[in-house]
Design a binder for this molecule. Structure first.
Ligand code: ATP
Length: 338
């Protein structure tokens, strides 16, 4: 879609009437056609940011929201041309599938024929044509979410906003719909902002991920950058597992690594050493917990082909470039125990 817009938040912030600051001044640029995922723990300000983009929430004085070169800060949601998909679907239970998808089009004044064409197109897109006349109350969670997606897209929005759309679905359905949403976002090349606290969802869908912590943006980058070069222990821990492999003289962890970057072998003079505490076979891989003489044991994820047994002594190595070191400590750091 060549008419995708870029988004720009300039010093957007939100302190509520009770004095609680949900968002500290935030500058954020989202490219036209990009999917940006806002990722972070509950309460970090993701939804507030999304609502400021949509116009459902206002930014504190001084903040600005721009769509391309248009300052939309003062515009309400209905004038911003955004589509929204929520966790709780927000569908009309007294209407059938097609009526839900076409609702906004009726309000926008499209003729019945133009409406029908658009509804057909949208239902094809989300693979729901066969359910067009079914009542919303007779749909599964996954089907409901497809209807909300179709409804959000029907008005041809310039920006698509998702607030935890898959959180209420079971794991299998979530995977399937996540893939479908990913394919659709690529195909439409629409600018999208996607809120989640699920790191796998974030990595699978985001062109870039913005990680938030307590009302602040703490890192923004491609999924690969965020996972492989996290700037802080908080980010490293939030998007995957980390091990401490070295402590300083006060026992503070100083060097870390990902469980899958460890290479196991029979003990060698040039390897580091440990003793296997437990092994969990997972089919495609196995997880080992290894005592390496530090406060916390090492967690290793490796191929399930090699046989390692609890009690066994092992050697392990780690390429220098896989070692993670953090300089900036962030606020929630101590809440995350490896
Ligand atoms: P979640 O994943 O749980 O939805 P979130 O990262 O989306 O969390 P927000 O919904 O943006 O977080 O909320 C950020 C903080 O602001 C939270 O502590 C929340 O309780 C608070 N908050 C949100 N809305 C209001 C409000 N209207 N008045 C006061 N505080 C609010």
């Amino acid at each position: 879609m060549s008419d995708a817009v870029s988004l720009s938040l300039r010093q957007c912030a939100r302190t509520f009437a009770d004095g609680h600051t949900a968002l500290y001044p935030l500058d954020l640029n989202i490219n036209a056609g990009e999917t940006l995922v806002l990722l972070g723990p509950s309460g970090c300000g993701k939804t507030t940011t999304l609502r400021i983009i949509s116009g459902l929430e206002t930014t504190d004085h001084g903040g600005e929201v721009w769509f391309d070169d248009r300052n939309v800060t003062a515009l309400p949601i209905e004038k911003r041309n955004v589509g929204m998909v929520f966790q709780n679907y927000a569908l009309f239970p007294n209407m059938n599938v097609a009526e839900n998808v076409g609702y906004g089009l009726k309000i926008a004044g499209l003729s019945p024929a133009a409406r029908q064409t658009r509804i057909d197109e949208m239902l094809d897109m989300v693979d729901l044509h066969h359910l067009a006349s079914r009542s919303i109350t007779a749909l599964s969670g996954g089907q409901k979410q497809r209807v909300s997606l179709a409804r959000a897209l029907a008005a041809r929005p310039k920006v698509l906003l998702f607030d935890e759309p898959l959180a209420a679905l079971d794991a299998k359905l979530r995977d399937r719909l996540r893939q479908d949403i990913g394919v659709l976002l690529k195909k439409l090349a629409i600018t999208a902002v996607y809120v989640t606290h699920d790191q796998q969802e974030a990595m699978a869908l985001g062109d870039r991920i913005a990680v938030m912590e307590q009302g602040r943006l703490v890192q923004i980058g491609t999924p690969r950058e965020i996972y492989q070069q996290p700037k802080s222990r908080f980010v490293a821990h939030f998007v995957g597992a980390i091990n401490c492999i070295e402590q300083d003289s006060q026992g503070q962890p100083v060097r870390f690594c990902r469980p899958e970057d460890i290479v196991l072998m029979s003990p060698r003079p040039d390897s580091r050493h440990g003793k296997i505490i437990s092994m969990t076979f997972l089919g495609a891989s196995q997880r080992l917990v290894i005592d390496i003489g530090l406060e916390k044991p090492l967690h290793v994820e490796c191929s399930a082909r090699a046989t390692w047994l609890p009690g066994q002594r092992v050697g392990w190595t780690l390429a220098d470039e896989r070692i993670l070191q953090f300089h900036a400590l962030t606020r929630q750091e101590n809440d995350f125990a490896e």
